[in-house]
Design a binder for this molecule. Structure first.
Ligand SMILES: *Cc1c(COP(=O)(O)O)cnc(C)c1O
Length: 372
């Protein structure tokens, strides 16, 4: 079935107890056994399995074309679970432009466990190849990356990983499963902060790992998920599944708006650079056009001046809300270096923009007056 159909039907079924068309939220933490001790529906205890989480995981696996999925309480919990499958002294390659929290986990939290991490420019496959060591077990890609929207050739990185006997993971949060299918391009695992486009309304926190095959690595991940317990609540699973029904239409509209906003900003005299893969002069445009179906709703810009000028532009916005995060129906703008704090590598004059689903004319008017 096509994506739009899967988004509405995968993981859903009419409730057998009540015939409810929309699934009930099963808040019960525990499930009754039969007199012989068996569990008729396979559910025992909600940390291990819950009907709302099962439905969500089936849907996420279908949307990414994977064999199975594991849902987590946040994107970071999903990322941490992947890193926890590694042994101490294993080596990981990460992008030099990557979600700030990922860099924090590898460089501060897991360094104490002996994990080695090298950050490279993943737009450069030779740099990725040169960073491979005998101990390399994982290559983590994020494309488009955060906050510079660097594009990584997923097929190329997956081939390097497999040659080295390593796993290739792609953080597909920004593209969403509508925009890009990393498993079809050779990645072994896809990670999502479902907090973003999948949730789509800035009202739930969640993460997920989707696997190409149900192998030993995925079963290790499930053990970390169930024993570690960083699982989403039944209500968050239900809310997320509800949002996913409209995902393809939302991402298409986010992209159409972003294309218009990017074209406006590209020609603005007070904007020094626009990082949006849908612009033909973006250095990753050719690779993005090959591996992405839609370029998505995220972009960053450099404004003339430094931090003060960038913060002032955001300060004059009336329709864009000054806030971190992304993927919601409302447009957001943030001075990324302020959000990331003293360890940030984001340029001081960079503003990160999540283009929402308001009318593009109103978004452009707001940016025009803020930049004037
Ligand atoms: C937000 C985000 C994360 C982390 O997700 P949380 O749900 O906030 O833990 C990871 N990667 C990317 C690209 C993100 O945008």
């Amino acid at each position: 079935m096509k994506f739009e159909t899967l988004a509405i039907h995968a993981g859903r079924r009419i409730d057998s107890g009540t015939s409810a068309v929309m699934p009930p939220i099963i808040l019960s933490t525990t499930f009754a056994r039969e007199p012989d001790g068996s569990m008729p529906h396979g559910y025992e205890y909600t940390r291990s399995e819950n009907p709302n989480r099962t439905a969500l995981e089936q849907c996420l696996a279908a949307l990414e074309g994977g064999a199975a999925a594991a849902a987590f309480a946040s994107g970071q919990a999903a990322t941490l679970a992947v890193l926890q499958t590694l042994a101490s002294a294993d080596h990981v390659i990460i992008p030099d432009d990557v979600y700030f929290g990922m860099r924090e986990l590898t460089q501060h939290v897991l360094r104490r466990w002996g994990l080695q991490a090298t950050a490279v420019n993943m737009a450069d496959l030779d740099a990725v190849r040169a960073a491979v060591r005998p101990a390399t077990r994982l290559i983590w890609a994020e494309t488009p990356s955060n906050p510079l929207l660097t594009i990584t050739d997923i097929e190329g990185v997956a081939a390097i990983a497999h040659e080295a006997g390593a796993t290739c993971v792609v953080d597909n949060t920004w593209a969403s499963p509508v925009g890009q299918s990393p498993l079809q391009l050779g990645a072994d695992l896809v990670m999502h902060a479902t907090t973003k486009y999948l949730g789509g309304h800035s009202d739930l926190l969640g993460g997920a790992i989707i696997t190409r095959q149900e192998d030993e690595l995925f079963s290790a991940l499930q053990t970390i998920q169930k024993a570690g317990g960083a699982v989403p609540s039944p209500f968050d699973c239900w809310l997320l599944l509800r949002s996913i029904s409209t995902l393809p239409y939302r991402v298409a509209a986010h992209t159409a708006n972003a294309q218009r906003v990017a074209a406006f900003l590209h020609d603005h005299p007070r904007v020094v650079a626009v990082y949006y893969p849908g612009l033909p002069d973006h250095p990753g445009h050719a690779v993005a056009a090959r591996q992405m179906r839609l370029f998505g709703g995220m972009m960053s810009i450099l404004v003339q001046g430094g931090a003060a000028e960038a913060i002032a532009v955001a300060g004059r916005c009336r329709l864009f809300t000054r806030a971190t995060s992304l993927g919601g129906v409302e447009s957001l703008i943030e001075h990324r270096a302020t959000t990331e704090g003293p360890n940030s590598k984001a340029p001081q004059n960079l503003l990160r923009i999540s283009v929402g689903l308001e009318h593009a004319d109103d978004l452009i008017d707001d940016l025009a007056q803020a930049l004037a």
